[in-house]
Design a protein around this ligand. Structure first.
Ligand code: GLV
Ligand code: GLV
Length: 325
């Protein structure tokens, strides 16, 4: 065996994958900081040893400077399905393989999307606050009326794995009708969920009662939801985002919510995480979760295992299952 492989993990994650890496005989160093490494901290941690692999998180910005600090690390395994935190061009230029963790988090994220949608439409968070603040004086016919999901039109932007599963639950679980837009058509969605393909985003926004975002963050999807596109939505419509914060122009959203241009929003991701646009947290027609859509015990363990599997496959065969670059 030619030298023990060295893996750096930028923050503590569930044990499952780390155990697998250690069982392979690799030396696994996990950052001991209980938080995101700053750029200087990340660079100096990587310079400490000739690492062969890095397991990084979506909160780490990975680019040329990072690759230069770790010239021996030819794989960066991202502990996320989204990889907008990584400059893929820089990775290619440095001959670095990038992997992500698709598939294992699809069900959790789809469930969380529904948790948000239901919380919003049935006003769960508002109701909880209402009771806890001592306002509840008994049943009343007009108290905290929400809206049914059944029969409503769900508009999905981005029909990848997650959008697909959300469409499935909407159709088969809640009796919603599904519209979708994607850069490519998804025949299975149309056949199995009776989903209607829209050739433009505008068409989805105009017709949907709930719009759910499942696109990756790309130059072409940044601020896809902005002042102009929000005005296309019905004043009775809701917006749900479990993709990436910057898909929405958050300032425009706050204004739209304040002015009643749309009825409400449920957000798991934010444009400048962890900072929120002023005004957002004061709105009652908003439900917020701290980027936890994939945060279940099962899924986070599976993500840990999959990131490890990618590193092992890279070392053993050079062809990790989830290479994206
Ligand atoms: C979470 O946001 C992920 O991309 O996995
Ligand atoms: C992510 O897994 C997606 O394809 O939606």
């Amino acid at each position: 065996m030619s030298g023990m492989k060295k893996v750096f993990v930028t923050r503590n994650i569930p044990d499952r994958g780390l155990t697998v890496l250690r069982e392979k005989g690799y030396e696994v160093d996990v950052s001991t900081k209980d938080g995101v490494l700053t750029r200087p901290e990340l660079l100096s941690a990587l310079r400490a040893k000739p690492y062969d692999a890095v397991l990084c998180l979506l909160t780490d910005h990975i680019d040329r400077e990072v690759f230069e600090a770790a010239p021996t690390a030819k794989i960066f395994a991202n502990y996320a399905v989204g990889f907008d935190n990584i400059n893929v061009e820089d990775a290619k230029a440095h001959g670095v393989t990038i992997t992500n963790t698709p598939g294992v988090l699809t069900d959790s994220v789809a469930e969380h999307t529904f948790a948000l949608m239901m919380a919003l439409m049935h006003r769960i968070v508002e109701s909880d606050q209402y009771i806890r603040s001592g306002k509840y004086e008994g049943w009343a016919p007009m108290l905290l009326l929400g809206l049914d999901m059944k029969g409503k039109i769900l508009g999905i932007l981005g029909a990848g794995r997650i959008g697909h599963t959300v469409a499935h639950h909407a159709c088969h679980g809640f009796g919603m009708r599904v519209l979708y837009y994607d850069v490519k058509r998804n025949e299975e969605l149309e056949r199995d969920m009776d989903a209607r393909f829209c050739s433009t985003i505008e068409e989805v926004l105009k017709e949907a009662d709930v719009v759910s975002l499942h696109v990756p963050l790309l130059p072409s999807t940044k601020h896809l939801i902005n002042a102009e596109t929000l005005r296309l939505m019905k004043p009775t419509a809701y917006l749900v985002n479990t993709s990436r914060g910057a898909v929405i122009d958050e300032e425009a959203l706050v204004q739209a919510l304040q002015k009643g241009i749309i009825k409400g929003a449920a957000l798991d991701v934010f444009e400048n995480e962890p900072r929120l646009t002023p005004g957002l947290a004061e709105l009652l027609n908003v439900v917020l979760t701290p980027h936890t859509a994939s945060a279940t015990e099962e899924t986070r363990a599976a993500m840990s295992a999959l990131a490890a599997e990618n590193i092992i496959a890279f070392f053993e065969e050079k062809t990790p299952p989830n290479a994206i670059a």
